[in-house]
Design a protein around this ligand. Structure first.
Ligand code: SAH
Length: 401
């Protein structure tokens, strides 16, 4: 083969044949020719058999991200258009929704577009370009998104740590169209949320929790007048759902003061009174839960939606201690028959392990807990079966006695 290509070491072809989209540096025998990082190259097994085609980055441990397993499928502009169209088509039900206009349009590897995240917020799009392969194609991707979706503007939020693994700096800013208002008001299941595309966490909002918030609210609605503790509240999305479901009062707890201010705005926007129906506590959940326990506080429902605790395998055991700690404290604060909605977004902590951690916490708390629901990503965050690494969010809804 004359064109630049990559040859694998013997025995390293199995994941590729199983359509795993990543090739690690250790699987490569050699690179033939002088492809530039970001270029799309074919991958051959040790016997010279063509396997797949993907984009290269020598600076990353994930040296190749595969785009197609079809030898006759060229990775040209039309390829990117087709993949984007396919992802957009898969969200048609959401696009037609009268009650939700904020959701994930492209979920990277799991939508056949490694390294690319596209979220829709009303008339704006937010993109994350997480790899050299997609960062180099920024202009093309912006052009295609404008052609396919005609948004008011496209904002980049590639200010994330994972870019450093690719040798890319964090960047953010407007890529095309008009700057979004701050906050930009979006709808989720008929509720209104203010989102700052420039300053907000993640791409502005935790879209992956949409269905879980609705699921939680359905159960909470069976407990009218509930008093709810919303830990790691961010902009109070769970609080708005809880009050809508008939709760009497919600305490939002977050370390970010800005998030709590936005939570107040969100409550007002949904016609709740932040002075009488809610409290905002700025502080560390680990400490505040201890303080609340000291005060013998009691709640009908507690939500625990912490940030990612395990970023690497070496952090998994510390992460499980952290999960156990907050869950143990939360269990102590629940009245018998109360609800615990507890989440983990650490991909390295499996659903199985997480359940064991909650079990351990319940044992130590001397409380009985029944699983009455399980949480995962909303459907606009699909997980490709051949790419289990794409799965990160899990949670349990428990009735606690
Ligand atoms: N439940 C939210 C998303 C939570 S994201 C939603 O539905 O939108 C996690 C939040 O935890 C962030 O807002 C972050 O500011 C906050 N946070 C992180 N560490 C914290 C800590 N130790 N104590 C309190 N809040 C913390």
């Amino acid at each position: 083969m004359k064109e630049p290509h990559v040859v694998l070491k013997p025995g390293k072809d199995k994941p590729l044949r199983q359509r795993h989209p990543w090739v690690f540096s250790g699987a490569l025998a050699h690179i033939v020719g002088e492809p530039a990082d970001g270029d799309v190259v074919p991958v051959l097994d040790a016997n010279g058999q063509w396997l797949a085609r993907g984009y290269l980055n020598r600076r990353s441990q994930i040296t190749l991200r595969l785009l197609t397993w079809q030898q006759d499928e060229a990775v040209d502009d039309e390829f990117w258009r087709r993949r984007l169209q396919q992802a957009i088509r898969a969200r048609q039900a959401l696009a037609a929704s009268q009650t939700t206009d904020a959701y994930r349009l492209v979920n990277a590897e799991s939508d056949g577009l490694p390294g690319l995240i596209v979220d829709r917020y009303g008339d704006w799009l937010v993109v994350q370009l997480l790899t050299v392969g997609v960062a180099q194609r920024q202009a093309l991707l912006v052009r295609l998104l404008n052609e396919l979706l005609a948004p008011m503007g496209i904002y980049e939020r590639s200010d994330v740590d994972v870019r450093s693994h690719e040798g890319l700096p964090p960047v953010s800013g407007l890529l095309s169209g008009a700057a979004p208002p701050a906050p930009l008001w979006v709808s989720e299941n008929g509720l209104q949320f203010g989102v700052s595309l420039a300053e907000g966490q993640k791409t502005g909002f935790y879209l992956d929790q949409r269905e879980n918030r609705a699921h939680f609210a359905v159960t909470l609605a069976t407990m009218p007048g509930a008093r709810v503790l919303n830990c790691f509240s961010y902009s109070g999305a769970f609080a708005v759902y809880a009050l809508t479901a008939g709760a009497a009062h919600v305490t939002n707890l977050d370390s970010s003061y800005a998030a709590l201010l936005l939570a107040e705005e969100n409550l007002r926007r949904n016609r709740f009174d932040p002075d009488t129906q809610a409290d905002g506590l700025a502080g560390d959940v680990f400490q505040v839960l201890r303080d609340l326990r000291g005060q013998r506080a009691s709640f009908d429902a507690v939500i625990l939606d912490p940030p990612k605790f395990a970023h690497a395998q070496a952090q998994v055991s510390a992460a499980t201690r952290g999960y156990k700690d907050i869950n143990l404290l939360a269990l102590h604060l629940l009245r018998p028959g109360g609800l615990l909605a507890t989440f983990s977004c650490s991909g390295l902590v499996s659903a199985d392990l997480f359940q064991k951690v909650i079990f351990g916490a319940a044992l130590d708390a001397g409380r009985e807990a029944q699983i009455i629901g399980r949480f995962t990503h909303s459907a606009d965050h699909p997980v490709l079966l051949s790419f289990p690494e794409g799965e990160y969010l899990k949670g349990l809804l428990c009735r606690v006695w």
